[in-house]
Design a protein around this ligand. Structure first.
Ligand code: PHE
Length: 344
């Protein structure tokens, strides 16, 4: 048995020295180190040998195995390296070829529009901050003049995180307006802030509604802010985003936390006021809700309404993006479909 092993070792090593290619090396490995090799069966057969031979034969078989393995690995390394040398040496490299294009990532369209909106207001002196998406009833409703059982709660289908009877109940904010309260609690006027962020509504989705969307809230409070400041600021915003000669309209609307409340619309850029499907034949596209901060809201935040006044506004980012780019379904934004996203 030991002689056979010696013989096996010298044949194997001799053959190995003649191997010159990786495929041949693999054949060699299968023949001498594979599961069906003579060496493997010798090692397996150890158990059936008489006890006095087992130890010596086992030791020799192992040493052969280790030797073959080591030489195999050295050969593998050498052949792999020379393979690389060959492929580089053989082929000439054309250094003037243009590089392979690296696909670039980009910002999500909603992020782009949020950044644009915020930068328009930043130019007008507004600070940009964000706030919590999980809110308390107090900030989302109570402090905004929407107590429990107020019919205005129906404007906001709410995703509750706790029982809604509980006055400290948590919810997913239905608008960014709770940040009006948080800002006025924390900062003394003069104040000028914009707050972009996610908002949530408990609603079935369709082409124009999603259960999650983004708003940008704005708030300005100072000693003599009037409706005129509101209109000038928001009209300037609309013209910056939609074009200098866009027609802009202010109309009264109702929100419990502002008085008077209003909505700002721009002239429909598709039909230029003539009436089309985009604007529902009205000629106008509603862009945001706004109003003068209600005196009770100011007072609740410790700001004296006989000294200070302010305006607030809130706009839907998806809606603005949809109108601007003619997107036919709000659900595209979060579908993760690159064919859609790459267009922006
Ligand atoms: N928060 C209101 C909404 O989501 C919009 C709004 C904000 C209205 C600020 C007035 C003032 O519809």
């Amino acid at each position: 048995m030991p002689q056979e092993l010696d013989q096996l070792e010298s044949t194997a090593l001799l053959e190995l020295s003649a191997v010159e290619t990786l495929p041949h090396l693999e054949e060699w490995r299968v023949r001498y180190l594979g599961k069906k090799s003579a060496l493997t069966s010798a090692l397996r057969g150890l158990a059936s040998l008489p006890a006095d031979q087992r130890k010596a034969v086992g030791a020799r078989a192992n040493s052969v195995k280790i030797r073959l393995q080591t030489d195999y690995e050295a050969k593998l390394h050498a052949l792999s390296l020379s393979g690389i040398d060959e492929s580089i040496g053989g082929a000439s490299i054309d250094v003037t070829l243009p590089g392979r294009p690296v696909p670039l990532g980009r910002l999500h369209p909603i992020t782009q529009v949020i950044q644009e909106i915020c930068s328009v207001f930043a130019r007008m002196g507004f600070q940009v901050i964000d706030g919590p998406e999980v809110e308390r009833d107090y900030y989302n409703f109570e402090a905004l003049n929407i107590p429990q059982d107020h019919p205005a709660r129906d404007m906001f289908a709410t995703l509750w995180l706790d029982s809604k009877e509980d006055r400290a109940a948590r919810l997913l904010r239905t608008h960014t307006s709770p940040m009006q309260i948080r800002i006025m609690e924390e900062h003394k006027p003069p104040l000028r802030f914009v707050v972009p962020g996610r908002t949530y509504r408990y609603e079935a989705t369709d082409a124009t509604h999603d259960w999650m969307f983004h708003q940008v809230e704005g708030l300005a409070v100072d000693t003599d802010i009037t409706l005129r400041d509101l209109k000038e600021t928001l009209f300037e915003f609309c013209r910056s985003v939609f074009g200098r000669d866009t027609g802009v309209r202010f109309r009264c609307d109702y929100f419990p936390f502002v008085e008077p409340g209003g909505e700002v619309a721009i002239e429909c850029f598709q039909c230029k006021g003539g009436g089309c499907r985009l604007c529902g034949s009205t000629g106008w596209l509603e862009i945001l809700g706004t109003g003068m901060v209600h005196p009770d809201v100011l007072a609740r935040c410790g700001i004296d309404p006989s000294v200070y006044s302010g305006f607030a506004f809130g706009m839907g980012v998806e809606r603005i993006t949809i109108l601007r780019y003619g997107v036919d379904d709000i659900r595209h934004f979060y579908s993760g479909d690159f064919r859609f996203l790459r267009q922006f």
